[in-house]
Design a protein around this ligand. Structure first.
Ligand SMILES: NC(=O)C1=CN([C@@H]2O[C@H](COP(=O)(O)OP(=O)(O)OC[C@H]3O[C@@H](n4cnc5c(N)ncnc54)[C@H](O)[C@@H]3O)[C@@H](O)[C@H]2O)C=CC1
Ligand SMILES: O=C(O)C(=O)Cc1ccc(O)cc1
Length: 288
């Protein structure tokens, strides 16, 4: 049971956590914090938070759990604001999509890694932003990755694990570096492909006429290109090493595919498509 939860960044991710914990009766009071007044007022109206402040240092007063769910570029500023204002028993965790940058931001702001810090990442989301887009079921049967550090207090880790399990999530722990490599492949690369494809088609055909002839496959493939541009700029900058390596590797694969098409190598194309189809079918089966 959390007595007072401070949610810094009451958007899709922070709002959904607050909603899920409230639904389960697992939290006493929820204090929201953000920059956009209208979003915070809406969060109170929707019953996602009890009250709000626009100052992170005020939001964490008396909180036993602090969840930071702002874009990655805003993490360091938030950590700096709260660094000497946390209650002695408070646990701090986050939902940022890249963990190396969050840990570096925390190191800089807290001047070392505080034992109460449990970096985390729910592998769940949508292309929509803001509290309006949040919903209590977001984390049900989804994974949450935690990347505890040698300094992390086991009790803080246990409290964050329990919090996510109450929301219906399955918690896995891994290293910061492994997290950032894996997510570069499974999340950041696909977002780059969707953004890149839509932008390139839109620029090729300026009046958007081409999109009229798009089928379901185009819509499925490009849903994530509607995601928040600021959030994705921050993810790219925060994970640029792993993502650059992934993009370079993927570029080679695309060149190979293009070459096979150019030289009409049907056997090689079939080999690629059959391997891809069976990998995706296995993946979909494993998520049923
Ligand atoms: N959208 C998604 O599907 C997922 C996002 N994430 C991560 O979760 C974090 C939050 O993302 P969303 O909830 O989607 O974004 P969002 O845009 O819905 O919410 C972010 C909130 O943070 C507030 N904010 C921005 N700068 C701030 C600052 N300096 N101080 C206080 N509040 C500030 C904004 O006003 C906004 O309400 C990001 O770090 C993102 O990488 C993680 C998993 C999935
Ligand atoms: O909209 C989708 O399908 C996503 O993939 C959402 C998402 C975005 C960022 C993350 O770090 C995790 C999940």
């Amino acid at each position: 049971m959390i007595e007072r939860l401070a949610v810094i960044g009451v958007g899709l991710i922070g709002g959904s956590l607050a909603r899920a914990l409230r639904r389960e009766g697992a939290v006493g009071e929820v204090v929201g914090c953000g920059r956009a007044l209208a979003n915070l007022e809406q969060a109170v109206e929707l019953g996602v938070i009890d009250r709000f402040t626009q100052r992170p240092e005020e939001a964490v007063a008396g909180a036993d759990m602090v969840f930071v769910a702002v874009p990655l570029g805003a993490m360091r500023g938030v950590f700096s604001a709260i660094s000497d204002r946390l209650d002695p028993g408070a646990v701090v965790t986050d939902g940022g999509s890249v963990k190396g940058s969050v840990v570096a931001d925390a190191m800089a702001a807290f001047k070392g890694i505080p034992p109460s810090l449990v970096p985390g990442h729910p592998i769940a989301g949508t292309e929509c932003s803001g509290v309006e887009a949040s919903f209590a079921e977001l984390y049900e049967n989804r994974r949450v990755i935690l990347t505890p550090l040698p300094e992390t207090d086991p009790d803080a880790l246990a409290r964050v694990t329990a919090m996510w399990e109450i929301c219906g999530a399955e918690v896995t722990c891994m290293s910061v570096a492994h997290h950032d490599e894996v997510l570069a492949a499974t999340s950041h690369l696909p977002h780059m492909l969707a953004f890149g494809l839509v932008d390139s088609l839109a620029r090729m055909h300026e009046n958007d006429e081409i999109f009229r002839y798009a089928a379901g496959g185009f819509r499925d493939f490009t849903r994530i290109a509607s995601s928040n541009p600021v959030m994705w700029r921050d993810i790219c900058l925060a994970n640029r090493e792993a993502l650059s390596a992934m993009l370079a590797r993927f570029g080679i694969e695309m060149t190979d595919l293009a070459e096979s098409i150019r030289r009409a190598d049907g056997d090689h194309l079939l080999e690629i498509f059959e391997r891809a189809k069976s990998a995706r079918d296995r993946y979909v089966d494993s998520t049923r």
